[in-house]
Structure formats: structure tokens, C-alpha cells
Design a protein around this ligand. Structure first.
Ligand SMILES: C[S@@+](CC[C@H](N)C(=O)[O-])C[C@H]1O[C@@H](n2cnc3c(N)ncnc32)[C@H](O)[C@@H]1O
Length: 338
């Protein structure tokens, strides 16, 4: 955990990027290049070398004469946000969680929430980056084309809603893959919407993708969409049945909703797999507390099992729920037809 926090410094201060761009550097050079204080640069570089994250040419040289390098194989996990091995996002999320520990302690005692926006911008950015690699790399170009009827409908040009869209990667991925569709993204969180708009502009799809800060439980848009997605958000909602019901209302008859959520085990087991342990840790530290904003919250938590989701879907009026044959280590893909 302690080294995870030092990776956060290297990521946020642009230290890895500078090492990667410039080749081996001394501590004074890194400090000057990135605008950080030289003594801190030296300590961070020594720590990173001690941890095996960067290399050092001569350990016995004077501290400010040593040159530190960035191994080629470390660029992908530390610098490439579209790689499945990108770990910088996890480090960022743990820093965000550490920042709300006093609020979490109080919430455990009171039963109240730690709202999603209390985790701050780092958490929102980290969440966007968790799913970016597969949303950008496979969702529109691999996963959906493998489902013939969905691919055919999306190719013909339809109206799509991305609900609880976060920073917008699902909407952007769909718009890039299917040039005839328009996508409207909705999320409660204003900062997520601000980033989503910027991401869409940079991806060149802002003419067909819009984002709006809005409560997904608000059923204002009746029968406006042919297709909808909810990516890794149902378990975070305090009112999942109300939101699923509102999405059903938003869909035209015959419309389809795709939900991606955690690929949990069928039942509680202990000790559990590494994946389930990760889900539980995020559940305790973030997903459950952020959903406890209402005494009537479903209080689902990250470990939403398949039968729990199917129960929510049926209660919301979706009679048809199936699991799509999409291989993903962390997520299960549900299909719900109106
Ligand atoms: C774990 S994030 C997932 C975001 C995004 N889909 C992704 O995969 O990165 C859950 C999101 O649900 C949003 N959210 C929670 N309750 C909501 C509601 N009632 N209406 C709209 N968005 C909501 C949060 O603001 C947050 O952005």
C-alpha cells in the first residue's frame, strides 16, 4: 500500500512521463524538468529504485550524480490509460478513498452515506479510467458486433442513452463504432459530465454525443431511445429498481438495455477469489457508502450477485433478462429487452 501511494505521486506530478520522455535522468534533472523540489526528487527516485520501479546506473555514485531510467515494460502499466494493465487508476482510487476515511468511520457508526462526490476528482477520474481500456478498445468494436441483432440495429442508426455515464467512454465508444447513431449520456455528477464533454470533443464525436447532469430515476424522456447502456453503475445506485424502471420508460417498445456489472460469484464464499476480494474491498470503502444516501436505499454494494440483479430487473418490469456471451474477467453483461 505504501508504494501504491508513491506511484500516485509519480503519476500526478508527471515524473514517470518525464523519465520515459527523456531517458535516464539525475534527480536535479528530473526536478528541473517537472518543477518539483530537488530533495523530494532524489528521495522519490531512490525509493522507486529500491522498489524496482525505476532502474539506477551506479548505486555507489554521489546521490545527485546517479541516473535513473524507466524500463520499457513499465510504460504500459504506468503511462497508457488504454491498457488493461494500467494500474495508475487503482493507485489514484486508493488515495481518494484514504481522503474520506474520517467520513467513512462516521458513516459506519451512523449508517449514513459518504456521497460519491465526497471522494473527489481523483475518484471520478480513476473510475473513468478503470473501464476506459475495454470501452474504447472492445465495447463498440468487438463486444457488440458479436451480437448480430444488436449490431444490425446499431449499424442502421438509432438513438442511444448511456445512463450513469461517468466520464463518457461508453457513449464515445458507441459513437465511434456506429457512425449513424446519436448518444445521450446522463449522470448526476457535474464534474463527470464536464470531463465527458471534453472527452467527446477530443474524440471528434461531440456532434453526435451529448452529456447532461441529470438523475437517471427521472422518467422525463418517455420512449425516446432504441438502445440504452448502464456500465458498472447499477450496484452504486441507491434506487436501482426506480432507475431501471425509468430506463424501461425511456426505451421504445422493442428497445434493449445492456447492463455491465460485476462478475460476482453465485453465492457468498470465504475465503473468496482475488477478484471477489477486490470487489468486497471497493464495496466497503466506496460503493456501499456512496449508495446509502437514503433510508430506503437498496444498499446493494459492489458484490451484486446475478440473482439480485435479475430480481431488480423483474421488479422494474423487464421480463426478459439474459447474460450475453461476452468474456470479461471483471464484468458480466446483461441484456434486457422491453
Ligand atoms: C461507478 S460510476 C460508473 C460510471 C461510468 N458508467 C463508468 O463506467 O465509468 C457510477 C456513476 O453513477 C452515477 N449515479 C449514481 N446515482 C445516479 C443517478 N440516480 N442518476 C444518474 N447517475 C447516477 C454516479 O454519479 C457515478 O458517475
Amino acid at each position: 500500500m505504501s508504494e501504491v501511494l508513491t506511484v500516485y505521486l509519480g503519476d500526478t506530478l508527471g515524473l514517470y512521463r518525464a523519465l520515459d520522455r527523456n531517458g535516464p535522468m539525475t534527480a536535479p534533472q528530473l526536478a528541473s524538468e517537472t518543477g518539483i523540489f530537488p530533495r523530494y526528487a532524489r528521495e522519490w527516485l531512490e525509493q522507486q529504485a529500491a522498489a524496482g520501479i525505476v532502474t539506477v546506473d551506479h548505486v555507489s555514485a554521489e546521490p545527485d550524480q546517479r541516473r535513473y531510467g524507466f524500463p520499457t515494460g513499465h510504460a504500459e502499466p504506468l503511462l497508457d490509460p488504454e491498457s488493461p494493465y494500467w494500474i495508475a487508476a487503482f493507485c489514484k482510487s486508493f488515495v481518494a478513498i484514504a481522503g474520506v476515511m474520517p467520513e467513512l468511520v462516521s458513516a459506519f457508526r451512523s449508517g449514513g452515506p459518504v456521497p460519491w462526490d465526497a471522494y473527489g476528482r481523483d475518484m471520478i477520474e480513476a473510475q473513468g479510467d478503470f473501464n476506459r481500456w475495454w470501452l474504447v478498445g472492445s465495447f463498440g468494436t468487438g463486444y457488440l458486433p458479436s451480437i448480430p441483432d444488436l449490431h444490425e440495429r446499431l449499424s442502421s442508426g438509432v438513438k442511444v442513452a448511456d445512463v450513469a455515464c461517468g466520464v463518457g467512454w461508453a457513449a464515445i465508444s458507441l459513437a465511434r463504432a456506429y457512425p449513424n447513431i446519436t448518444v445521450d449520456g446522463f449522470d448526476l455528477d457535474e464534474y463527470s459530465i464536464e470531463i465527458a464533454r471534453r472527452n467527446a470533443a477530443e474524440a471528434g464525436v461531440a456532434d453526435r454525443v451529448t452529456f447532461e447532469a441529470r438523475d437517471a430515476a427521472d422518467p422525463a424522456l418517455r420512449e425516446a431511445f432504441d438502445f440504452a447502456t448502464v456500465i458498472e453503475a447499477i450496484h452504486d445506485l441507491s434506487q436501482p429498481v426506480a432507475v431501471l424502471g425509468a430506463i424501461r420508460e425511456m426505451l421504445k417498445p422493442g428497445g434493449t438495455l445492456i447492463v455491465a456489472d460485476e462478475r460476482t460469484e453465485d453465492a457468498f464464499t470465504a475465503p473468496a477469489s482475488e477478484t471477489e476480494r477486490l470487489f468486497y474491498a471497493y464495496s466497503v470503502l466506496c460503493c456501499l457508502p456512496s449508495a446509502m444516501d437514503d433510508p430506503s436505499s437498496a444498499a446493494t454494494g459492489t458484490v451484486m450477485r446475478q440473482d439480485t440483479f435479475e430480481g431488480y430487473a423483474k421488479e422494474a418490469g423487464f421480463d426478459e433478462v439474459s447474460v450475453l456471451p461476452i468474456e470479461h474477467d471483471f464484468l458480466r453483461f446483461y441484456r434486457l429487452d422491453r
